[in-house]
Design a protein around this ligand. Structure first.
Ligand code: NAD
Length: 351
């Protein structure tokens, strides 16, 4: 099985590449432009393996995509490359439109050209998985869950660009017959998560005794999924999902942001005792504009039709994640030094 993974030097993409190469024994070509968020060190464990190749290329570059696909002759393309940080999309949306919309279009066209030229079983078996987010559905109130049929209602430039790319992916299936499957997943956490995101930012700031910025009153709810559970889901969806269909992925692990931050503080206080409880470092900062109140995924379809279940519960997953950051400063310190987490975020100053 030959699989192309775009965005494979990113957080979820690298977890997927490690899973496909090490656990599934697939041959993988990682394509990644190595933007600020891409990190080759996340692929260290597959480095030098005959079954893994890495190509530094931009998904917006049609010639590079055509050549990569023609040269590797994949059975599957799993598309994860994206600009992914909501705060950055608010202060500079252009890269999000370019990579998430134009890049997805370019890759779909390259895949279509390749697929059109296939014949017989190879053509029937080819699959393209477009990996997306639950943020395309907008915000929930206190009740309800996002289902595959929930209307799109994105709030941020990031989620709007992902919504646009989802529509392109589905249109390429309906119009051209390209066998595209779409997945929409809730918030991921786990090892190799870039230090600007809430969970790693909190771990690293708390460890350094720095302020722990929390938007608003920390009451926004997210549905957290351990990244390795997502990687398994993606492999299952591309293997058994029906082209043209969408599969929601979520861990049934709803948590308020403030509770996530408190839980990290408690785990760290236990593992690395400090003079005072780290909860005291929490600083509430002015809320992000357009901040969705609550996301929660109904993953029934994935669970019943494809037999997937999240294996990691939130408490053990958070503890594993904190331990990983404590043991792997070789990975995060260079990133942290370049992109100081304390200065990231829209509102690093207290409200
Ligand atoms: P990430 O920011 O960690 O990684 C993105 C990767 O894409 C990076 O390695 C980057 O170098 C690469 N990239 C960016 N622009 C590129 C371009 N033009 N050409 C080639 N490579 C490029 O993101 P992530 O958190 O791993 O998310 C991966 C995918 O999953 C995204 O499509 C995202 O929308 C989706 N998703 C993320 C989450 C989450 O919680 N992180 C949840 C659901 C869905």
């Amino acid at each position: 099985m030959r699989v192309i993974v775009t965005g494979g030097a990113g957080f979820i993409g690298s977890a997927l590449v490690r899973y496909l190469v090490l656990d599934k024994g697939y041959e993988v070509l990682t394509i990644d432009a190595l933007t600020y968020a891409g990190c080759e060190a996340s692929l260290k464990v597959v480095e030098g393996k005959a079954s893994h190749r890495f190509l530094k290329a931009d998904i917006c570059d049609r010639t590079a995509m055509d050549e990569a696909i023609a040269g590797f002759r994949p059975h599957r393309i799993m598309h994860l490359a994206a600009e992914s940080h909501v705060d950055r999309s608010i202060t500079g949306a252009a890269d999000f439109i370019q990579t998430n919309v134009v890049g997805t279009f370019t890759l779909l066209e390259a895949a279509r050209g390749y697929w059109n030229a296939l014949a017989g079983e190879a053509k029937n078996a080819f699959r393209f998985l477009h990996v997306s987010t639950d943020e395309v559905y907008g915000s929930l109130g206190d009740e309800g869950l996002f289902e595959e049929s929930t209307p799109y209602d994105p709030s941020s430039p990031y989620s709007a660009s992902k919504a646009a790319s989802d529509h392109l992916a589905k249109a390429w299936q309906r119009t051209y017959g390209l066998p595209v499957v779409v997945s929409n997943c809730s918030n991921n956490y786990g090892p190799y998560h870039f230090p600007e995101k809430l969970i790693p930012l909190t771990i690293l700031n708390a460890l350094a005794g720095r302020a722990l910025p929390v938007y608003g009153k920390g009451e926004n709810v997210r549905d957290w999924l351990y990244v390795d559970d997502h990687a398994r889901a993606l492999d299952l969806i591309i293997e058994r999902g029906v082209p043209g269909e969408t599969y929601n992925v979520g861990g049934r692990n709803e948590r308020r942001n403030i509770d996530v931050v408190r839980r990290i503080c408690a785990v760290l206080d236990e593992l690395v005792p400090a003079d005072a409880p780290r909860e005291g470092l929490i600083e509430f900062v002015t809320d992000r504009p357009g901040h969705d109140a609550r996301y929660a995924i109904d993953a029934t379809r994935l669970e019943t039709e494809l037999g997937w279940r999240a294996q990691e519960n939130f408490d053990s997953g958070i503890e594993k994640t904190v331990r990983w950051y404590l043991e792997n400063d070789w990975w995060w310190r260079p990133l942290r030094d370049r992109y100081d987490g304390q200065r990231l975020g829209l509102n690093a100053a207290p409200a």
